[in-house]
Ligand binder design. Structure first.
Ligand code: SAM
Length: 247
């Protein structure tokens, strides 16, 4: 069974959407980097896929720039897909698919829309084992159109425990500030306690961004880079240049 099943509960979905998502440090900048890369391809985006879409925050940014693009949002959490339908209700060119991408069968669910100019994913793939991450990156490569781009905005592994602890403090401070702004009364210690005991933490299988970029290069992606990184939050990906099949 794929990890991260806690995302299917309304409790975790709501907690993330109303709190954690808004506390992710430099989240707007991450999305800006994603959009710059998408625009830099020169593709007039006709179709894109958002894997582990949550409420469609990344899709919203793409649709804002390419309102006529055909969007496919896939997530295995019903409450998340419901939130996405609500957020993106102004658009009628979207397919919402409730499905688990934990094994290759998900490809059949999106094959009717193949190929995609852009594939994005936000803070989702890190629940997969490293071998499954690699397979998934290959599956995404095969779904991309010539010159298509894959961008993963992702939680990655700190190189050392010390660096990891700096990230944890940074994130906790941000969570604390957000809950104060929202009228919450939790102390910094209480916020830290919740952060260290969060239900999705067990399901994390973080991998270093360098290793993941190396996998993308091996698969055949071009212009692979970690385009942005602040501690454990990274924006990385690559392009499928001129239909190059990677061999
Ligand atoms: C942390 S949320 C991120 C949501 C959104 N992408 C964002 O950037 O805010 C992770 C999302 O990935 C989804 N997810 C995790 N594992 C999945 C899987 N194996 N198949 C489909 N969706 C998955 C969860 O349901 C959840 O909506």
């Amino acid at each position: 069974m794929t990890r991260g099943q806690a995302w299917k509960t309304p409790e975790l979905a709501n907690k993330y959407l109303s709190g954690v998502r808004g506390a992710i440090p430099l989240a707007n900048e991450q999305i800006e980097v994603m959009m710059r890369l998408i625009k830099a391809t020169g593709i007039n985006v006709g179709s894109f896929l958002d894997l582990g879409s949550g409420d469609g925050i990344l899709s919203a940014a793409i649709l804002d720039n390419f309102p006529d693009a055909k969007a496919v949002l896939l997530d295995f959490s019903e409450p998340m897909i419901e939130a996405a339908k609500n957020k993106l209700r102004a658009y009628n060119n979207i397919d919402f698919i409730v499905y688990d991408y934990g094994d290759s069968s998900w490809i059949k669910k999106v094959a009717y829309s193949f190929p995609f100019d852009i594939v994005v994913s936000g803070f989702s793939i890190h629940h997969q084992t490293d071998s499954r991450k690699y397979e998934l990156y290959k599956e995404i490569f095969d779904l991309l159109s010539a010159d298509g781009l894959f961008i993963n905005i992702e939680h990655v592994l700190s190189p050392t425990k010390w660096i990891g602890s700096i990230f944890a403090e940074y994130f906790i401070d941000s969570l604390y500030r957000l809950q104060l702004k929202q009228g919450g009364k939790m102390s910094l210690q209480e916020v830290a306690g919740e952060f260290y005991n969060r239900p999705d933490k067990e399901a994390n299988i973080l991998a270093p961004v360098e290793k993941q970029c190396e996998w993308l290069r091996r698969i055949g992606y071009k212009d692979v880079d970690c385009y942005f990184k602040i501690f454990e939050l990274a924006v990385f990906g690559g392009r499928r240049v001129n239909g190059d099949n990677g061999v």
